[in-house]
Design a protein around this ligand. Structure first.
Ligand code: PMP
Length: 468
């Protein structure tokens, strides 16, 4: 029997992607979103701008979900991806190593704190966090500390949607339905020092919040605690929350004292977003494990990474190897995208640029407080910035949750061609904030494209809420 191999067809010259009929009712994919509200159809994007198919232009003031750090359609990144596509787009990680993954791992190791020199690739933030959990656990087992399995995290926080990462997430709206399916992990309060109305200095408050970690470790039994995970600067869950300087070294000290691994979730803060490659660099922090994603491949491909110390990896390797991995891990096309993004981030010093333009943008946002009493706080670093909306600036009392003020502001801005991002969790209760996090390539001359529609949206919102 002879089998004729299938001929590889030529790509048709008139190939064009399918255009869905937007009037035909919701597409099957649409049913999975929380809201049934239809969104415009994405057409193209360039730099800090996105166009929909009606020709309307948006300024991407949140980089998607704090993803598009290097901006859209960067020619260098696209060229690197095209070149890789012409060679190969997949080689299974147990069969082949590939050059983009090798090179990217080298670059990440070079940019990471001393000792963190091994890089494990994944396809997103949740997978990066899961990988940190599993390596930490396997390291404990390998080093004769199999009693350690609890991972302490903070409330509020967000660490991912998969059940392991979700168990660390302090965001009840997302976790509640899944509670019986998760191994509930202990939480301590995030350092929302700006809300406290005691007589302590900010540094004293910072230490007080860090000491809560020690209390929790003791309460759980130190011999059962595997790790503590935090975002060095809070992401959407706390609205760009920066702790007082005293917080960070105390956390490291406590982790060291009890043999607890410190995991930095830099999924949102990493890859230059806060003005340094890693947010931990602002305080010279050296965690034991780092999770990266989002800006790491900046939306050009699904990519994330765990960065780990060689000594930890070697211990696990000698104990049977790392029992974990994903089919798409180290995908050559995704890594080629990540390598180009990261190389350009370094070559163009995008973190340095984010620090500069972020400082100007933050000042301009803070300047809005003169006209808009609804803004209670403006915070963040680099281009990870947030505005908190409040009923009363003096007490920072939150707005009535049913008014959905942050969501309304985001919609008003969207109508005016500005994309920002909202979330509603604060401390142990609900508050409103919006993230203003444009791509790191934002020019100073483009700040007005954020401020003008934002002022307009704030004017309407203030009027609606009787706070004009
Ligand atoms: N950690 C943090 C801090 C995040 O912000 C996110 C995403 N918002 C994740 C983890 C999960 O990443 P992903 O959605 O890519 O799985």
């Amino acid at each position: 029997v002879s089998i004729t191999p299938t001929a590889v067809p030529e790509a048709p010259a008139d190939y064009a992607p399918a255009v869905p009929d937007m009037d035909a009712g919701p597409a099957p994919s649409h049913l999975f979103y929380q809201s049934r509200q239809r969104r415009p159809l994405l057409d193209r994007a360039q730099g800090v701008h996105i166009w929909d198919t009606t020709g309307k232009r948006y300024l991407d003031g949140s980089s998607g979900a704090m993803v598009s750090n290097i901006g859209h359609s960067d020619p260098v990144v696209l060229a690197a991806m095209r070149a890789q596509m012409d060679k190969s787009t997949f080689g299974y990680r147990l069969h082949f190593e590939n050059a983009p993954a090798e090179e990217l791992a080298r670059l990440v190791a070079k940019l990471s704190p001393p000792g963190l020199d091994r890089v494990f690739f994944v396809s997103g933030g949740s997978e990066a966090v899961e990988s940190c959990l599993k390596l930490a656990r396997q390291y404990a087992v390998a080093t004769g500390e199999a009693g350690r399995f609890k991972v302490i995290s903070r409330y509020p926080s967000y660490h991912g949607a998969t059940l392991g990462a979700l168990a660390l997430t302090g965001y009840t709206t997302m976790t509640a339905p899944f509670a019986p399916m998760m191994h509930e992990m202990p939480k301590i309060p995030a350092p929302t020092c700006y809300l406290d109305r005691d007589t302590l200095s900010m540094d004293e408050r910072g230490r007080r919040y860090a000491d809560m970690l020690e209390a929790e470790i003791l309460r759980q039994g130190p011999e059962t605690v595997l790790a503590f995970i935090m975002e060095p600067i809070g992401g959407a869950s706390t609205g760009a929350l920066v702790a007082p300087d005293s917080y960070y070294p105390r956390i490291r000290e406590i982790c060291d004292a009890y043999g607890v691994l410190l995991i930095h979730d830099e999924v949102m803060t990493g890859a230059g977003r806060t003005g340094r490659f890693l947010a931990g660099e602002h305080w010279d922090l050296v965690p034991d494990l780092i999770a990266l994603s989002k800006g790491f491949a900046a939306g050009y491909a699904p990519l994330g990474a765990m960065v780990a110390p060689g000594q930890m990896v070697e211990a696990v390797m000698e104990h049977g190897g790392f029992i974990h991995g994903y089919t798409y891990a180290g995908n050559p096309l995704a890594c080629a995208a990540g390598l180009a993004v990261l190389s350009e981030t370094v070559r163009r010093d995008l973190p340095g640029h984010a620090a500069k333009v972020g400082a100007v943008l933050k000042d301009r946002l803070a300047g809005l407080m003169d006209r808009f009493p609804i803004i209670g706080d403006v915070r963040g670093k680099g281009l990870l910035l947030a505005m908190e909306l409040v009923a009363d600036r003096n007490t920072l009392a939150p707005l009535p949750p049913e008014r959905m003020a942050a969501a309304r502001l985001v919609d008003l801005a969207y109508d005016r061609g500005l994309i920002i991002y909202w979330r509603r969790t604060r401390g142990g209760y609900v508050g409103d904030h919006v993230m203003v996090c444009p791509p790191l390539i934002l020019g100073e001359d483009q700040i007005d494209e954020i401020l003008d529609p934002l002022e307009d949206a704030l004017t309407v919102l203030s009027r609606e809420l009787g706070m004009a």
